[in-house]
Design a protein around this ligand. Sequence first.
Ligand code: GLA
Length: 725
Amino acid sequence: MAIYYQHEERIFTLNTDNTTYQIKVDKYGFVLHLYYGKKISGNMDYLLTYYDRGFSGNPADAGDDRTYSMDALPQEYPVMGMGDYRNSAVIIRNADCSECCDLRYVSHEIKEGKYSLKGLPAVYAAEDEAQTLEILLEDPVSKVQVKLLYGVLEKEDIITRSAVITNDGEDRIIVEKAASACLDFISGDYDFISFYGRHAMERNFQRTEIAHGSHTIGSRRGASSHQYNPAVIISGKDTTEDNGSCYGLAFVYSGNFMCEAEKDQYGQTRVIMGLQSDLFHYPLSKDESLIVPETILCYSSQGFGTLSKKYHTCIRKHICRGKYSNKPRPILINSWEAAYFNFNGETIYKLAKDAVELGLDMVVMDDGWFGNREDDNSSLGDWQVNEKKLGCTLGGLIQKINALGIKFGIWIEPEMVSEKSSFYKDHPDWVMKIPKRQPVRGRNQLVLDFSREEVRTHVFKQICDILDQGNVEYIKWDMNRSLADIYSMDKEQGRVTYDYVLGVYDFLEKLTGRYPDILIEGCCGGGGRFDAGMLYYAPQIWCSDNTDALDRIKIQYGTSFFYPVSAVGAHVSASPNHQTGRSISIHTKGVVAMAGTFGYELNPDVLTKEEKEEIKEQIACFKKNEALISTGDYYRLSNPYKDEYAAWMFVSEDANEALLSVVMLKMHGNMTVNYVKLRGLKADAIYKNEETGQCYYGSALMEAGLPMPAELVEYPAYQFRFVRC
Ligand code: GLA
């Protein structure tokens, strides 16, 4: 039993293999947080302390007791208006405009299996893999109810949290803020690790001290964003890859979010993950509910490496769905950096022929195949094949490509419309814009109001008409601007940003339902919507529009803290690189792209014979190691922000096979030797380097490391494959 309840003490204990989470309903019906961390025994309510503190008010129930204050007690779901002046998990504006919600325990239920969330992605599990705890709270005055949901995946060390807010009263209320998780730490000093960035440079690692005050990250862009990823780590000051405490919070949502970390006046730390409160005022009339997207929590007492491993497994096995979630993905070549908009049917066919020669599995026709799309200023919304440009029908092209023995995939951007399009002429009122104002443009395109069903239904039909023209086996679903002009016709405002994301999910659910065999790769100008929500529909996401191997090392390093390698779209591209102008050998680029789904994004015509041979070898190498890479344990072996080299490795579950990848980042005269220390091997087992035949004890490779060659080239890369003797 993962969840048990002690009736007398009113304590809930949520146990996983290695962690414990404890909650108490106290004498007034407030739901207090007792503990989250390494597995422990016993009741932790002895940790609660009560002091008479100035300017920390006391609820009426406490009578003359001045030591009881919501301002100091650790809570599960703190509300605004009850004397807690820290960040709140929920803010309710009542009909009289007061902002107060007095949530008290009403009842609870413990169920087998993992709860699901209507219309939203969420961790899923078999009935015997998880348990659910539901705690119902209610404000006795407004009759606002909150159902706190906890999912416990014992074996995975995962606890999920969500909340359903329902208006059971007569008067209409507005939800001004709603989070799914709050973690209150009564003691300790912590660091806040977030992954910030920008277009073409996503998920940079940032570690800052949680000091007094509130540190907030989030998105107001309509998508989870390039700027901050909706996943953070709270760690001890000394936590490293291998040692120390850390907590992960990953939001399963692809839109506006907010994460706040705050150290309060008493040195306590509160972390909240939930919906962004800006641009959000969600109205609830009687009997209406708001489902707050889920947060996946995980705790590791063994550093970031173990935390990442737990998230990788959870996302691979309990978030990603569909035919490809656990299957090798096709190695593809994409037309974008090979031709941009400058192609016709022959170009794509030629790319396919080259792909066959090189040993690839699929060719993807990127942007430019529809309407009059010759650049990125027109035609979004006109999802009709430009047969004039292609010189053939889509069906004909796919047949020819399939006849070569490879698959075909296509790019789409369903959420967008260009003003220069027939679609916009016919439906100018289907875009997001505020009445009487000119909408903000981004990449010269406008955003369709996906919160409206009629808009989605129309676009869905257009996209199906395309997909039904031939054997399309892959879709790259793009989204190339941030939302602005948050307004929807025929709707109460304040719910639009949320309804937009649910609209996208609804579309994707229908699409995956109708085309279960099509692999979807998510994309948002690269990794602008790289989150667990999207991975529920698309098991891989184009990691970044930046394909420069050196930048990618950092981007993929940041991405790896939460997301498995099987989710990371990574390609080898041309030299000099189109985003940085840097020239890096095709070998190094291959080693870096192999820490992802692997593929190519270049014109094979301009490659030398040697480069083509190298590509063939890379493909053979990736195919040989595919299972190890996509399902093995992933280890970060260096910090590319500090170290002279970037190193990472994959180890099979039984530790019989390992693949070590190293890229030298900094070269100096009379180079000193770098020793890369491996991880995850069996200490007393002997491993053979497959290439040299040399044998080593696992303990030697892990404790003393492997010396790297000192070659006189820029950014050399190495792969070492070890097998257990
Ligand atoms: C985005 C994607 C690119 C490419 C272009 C096409 O920027 O991230 O990979 O598909 O759109 O316009």
